[in-house]
Design a protein around this ligand. Structure first.
Ligand SMILES: [Zn+2]
Length: 395
């Protein structure tokens, strides 16, 4: 249809104009491999232990909620960009037990399932965690995978503008490191097979298909046809085909999109159209990231779109104060309904996200209300005891 063609053309234009980007996931699991039971499947990451198996930085156990009966709603927490390279990578090399998630762990563990965008390779460059002449080329060390386990992440997107920073071999190593610690990944492929996904996860009796793609590719070696085989470029047309294929076997479709204009507070129209295109292709929820700033939640056809969740584990940019704030999207899936969404804001200091104090919370909420304008924009209507705001379609 005309709209789909327009969106596809738009994506090509966006990619051509883009300044950075990329990520990818291998090992997309055939949809028919999804087992019908609540037991772990070949495509499901190891279920979080029912309790106490994950070590915290201080050596104590991290309690993970046990899987409940396969009924009732499923709650997912999703976060934005995690960068474990550069100075943070050096920190991990010095202290492999470093844990940036301790201050928001209760929030992370309030969900049944955790997602984030991993915005760096995790590869062994013999102690190097970034290019000495180019601050936009970086990698975290292999031990970054263990750092992610401290946030109890079940799945990460690797489709972003940094996935190819150290090339194909480092990308493959990244995926091996994630496999090693049992964290699923989507958005890139070491073999160029279906980098976009789907990656299937079953939890509490709910079957989910995850897709991830990036509209941003960095200039330089990454910006040629080769990386696009391994790192999923944003394509609404392909997404539609893949969702139609997997839809009969899953309850929910989650789409992660690396897109947006860096350091901006409001999305440009062209990017909104791509995010909305993912819903029109069949997504139940769309998770946006890349801008380094928190941007609004929108609704399209009743489905929530977190336009950009902002930096998660990332050093803020001193020229852009909102790079020090972000939010987790807490999404509740209830059968027969559109997913609902809460916005759980935090402040990131020295790459460590932490809950907001009352004044910071006011500051954040006023800002979000100021930039959340327009039809079907998410309205922050009620703050829960844990600091998460219920967000509803403003109509
Ligand atoms: Zn990015």
């Amino acid at each position: 249809m005309a709209h789909a063609a327009a969106v596809a053309a738009l994506i090509v234009a966006l990619q051509a104009a883009s300044a950075c980007s990329r990520g990818g996931d291998s090992a997309a699991v055939p949809p028919d491999a999804l087992a019908p039971s609540a037991a772990p499947t070949a495509n499901e990451p190891p279920a979080p232990p029912s309790a106490s198996a994950l070590p915290a930085a201080d050596g104590s156990a991290v309690a993970i909620p046990a899987d409940a009966a396969p009924s009732g709603p499923l709650v997912m927490i999703a976060g934005g960009d995690i960068d474990l390279s550069r100075g943070t990578g050096q920190k991990i090399l010095r202290n492999p037990t470093w844990d940036p998630f301790g201050k928001i762990r209760p929030l992370l563990l309030s969900a049944d399932l955790r997602f984030a965008n991993l915005e760096c390779p995790l590869s062994d460059q013999k102690g190097i965690t970034g290019h000495k002449d180019n601050p936009l080329v970086f990698t975290g060390p292999p031990g970054g995978a263990e750092v992610l386990t401290r946030g109890a992440f079940d799945i990460v997107s690797t489709a972003n503008n940094h996935a190819w920073d150290y090339g194909k071999r480092a990308l493959g190593e990244t995926l091996q490191n994630l496999d090693r610690v049992g964290i699923a990944h989507v958005g890139t492929s070491a073999t160029a097979e279906k980098p976009m996904g789907p990656r299937l996860i079953e939890r509490k009796g709910h079957k989910l298909a995850f897709f991830a793609m990036t509209a941003i590719f960095n200039d330089g070696p990454a910006n040629n046809p080769e990386p696009r085989k391994y790192v999923a470029p944003a394509s609404i047309d392909l997404l539609r085909v893949e969702i139609e294929r997997v839809r009969p076997q899953v309850d929910w479709v989650v789409v992660s999109l690396h897109i947006g204009q860096e350091y901006s507070n409001e999305p440009v129209q062209a990017h909104r159209k791509v995010l909305q295109g993912a819903v029109e292709a069949g997504a139940d929820v769309v998770l946006g990231h890349h801008t380094h700033t928190p941007q609004r939640v929108e609704f399209h056809r009743g489905k929530p779109i977190a336009v950009s969740m902002g930096n998660f584990v990332f050093h803020q940019h001193s020229d852009h104060p909102w790079t020090g704030f972000g939010y987790l999207s807490r999404v509740t899936f209830t059968r027969g309904k559109n997913p609902s969404i809460e916005m759980c804001p935090y402040r990131t200091l020295a790459a460590i996200p932490q809950p907001l104090g009352p004044r910071e919370d006011d500051h954040f909420v006023q800002h979000m209300r100021r930039i959340s304008v327009g039809k079907h924009t998410g309205k922050l209507v009620e703050r829960g005891n844990d600091g998460c705001w219920v967000v509803q379609d403003g109509g």
